[in-house]
Design a protein. Structure first.
Length: 133
């Protein structure tokens, strides 16, 4: 079997703003970090949310996956699934959607046990309102 079996064990919503007032990037990051770390899928953990310019970046890491041992042939399928999940979560959160309409990019970075980047996905407002086939 493949070393890295990727199957969603839990859907993870995007961080939600607690107030009705328009949330800032810093507000969303702060509120998300208050409840982190949280499980993501297959042993991955949502470790932190941070602001990087006009990007809201979520770092998702695995304590036991080594980039060198990943079946690279499966990465496109895994990345596509994660991209679809990120689109649904980001476009479905009114606070995040409002920020994306203001030019913010929502990013998820998947890291291995040594903090090496496995892959990164990003969503902008142009992804919202489209049917994903």
């Amino acid at each position: 079997g493949a070393y890295w079996q990727w199957h969603r064990t839990q859907a993870t919503p995007a961080p939600a703003a607690a107030s009705a007032a328009p949330a800032s990037l810093a507000d969303i990051a702060r509120e998300a970090n208050a409840v982190l770390p949280q499980p993501h899928a297959d042993g991955f953990v949502i470790r932190s949310v941070r602001v990087d310019g006009r990007r809201l970046v979520t770092d998702i890491a695995s304590p036991d996956i080594d980039l060198a041992k990943i079946d690279m042939a499966r990465l496109p399928q895994i990345r596509n699934q994660e991209q679809q999940d990120l689109v649904a979560a980001s476009c479905g959160d009114p606070a995040v959607l409002a920020l994306m309409h203001d030019g913010v990019t929502v990013v998820r970075r998947f890291l291995d046990m040594q903090d090496k980047l496995i892959f990164e996905i990003e969503v902008t407002s142009k992804f919202c309102g489209r049917e994903l086939l």
